[in-house]
Design a protein around this ligand. Structure first.
Ligand code: COA
Length: 160
């Protein structure tokens, strides 16, 4: 890895996810999730026309996200930061980027699911203004069977 920029989050450059990124995306995915998406899941997301984006520091892919649009709503299906870049503000910066993108597209709501056990994700989303809208029972696979998902939404007309 190259020398750490003073503020990694402000060094991010955005790019649409490309076919040639998929191996690196899937490699990050496999290290940050216990139950990762496969490379094929990302390829299917590209083929389906989902908004698949990547964040780069120099020539290194450091984070990615997949957003599905439906009518006036966006659903964040996946967001992740490479393990050795976590905790430097990149996830928060990426969420701001996605929220601003959704607002530019005049969308009303941004939805996502998060595991109750994902304390970092829950803290991040709560401090961005997401509200819990429901619980999806047994939504995720888990080591001990299944885990619920918290279903969160951000009203894009409201400023957090
Ligand atoms: C969740 C995730 C995207 C956050 O990205 P990140 O770059 O690590 O997060 P940031 O550095 O922007 O920090 C976001 C907040 O979490 C806190 N945080 C980050 N790492 C933390 C850690 N190891 N322990 C405690 N808090 C932590 C930060 O303090 C920050 O809060 P603050 O701004 O109020 O201080 C990232 O950790 C990740 O990819 N996790 C694995 C995949 C995942 O869970 N994706 C989300 C699925 S819903």
């Amino acid at each position: 890895m190259s020398a750490l920029p003073i503020d990694p989050a402000s060094a991010l450059q955005w790019q649409a996810m490309r076919e040639e990124d998929l191996a690196d995306v899937a490699a990050i995915e496999a290290t940050v999730y216990a139950f990762p998406w496969t490379l094929g899941n990302f390829r299917d997301s590209l083929a389906a026309g989902y908004q698949c984006s990547t964040a780069w520091i120099g020539r290194e892919l450091v984070a990615y996200a997949v957003v599905m649009l439906a009518l006036d709503e966006a659903h964040l299906l996946n967001v992740a930061v490479a393990a050795h870049w976590q905790g430097h503000g990149i996830g928060r910066r990426y969420m701001h980027h996605l929220i601003e993108s959704a607002r530019r597209q005049k969308l009303d709501m941004l939805f996502l699911e998060v595991r109750p056990s994902n304390a970092i994700g829950r803290h991040l989303y709560a401090t961005l203004g997401f509200k819990q809208l429901g619980v999806r029972r047994d939504y995720y696979p888990a080591v001990t069977g299944r885990e619920d998902a918290l279903f969160l939404g951000l009203n894009l007309d409201e400023r957090a």
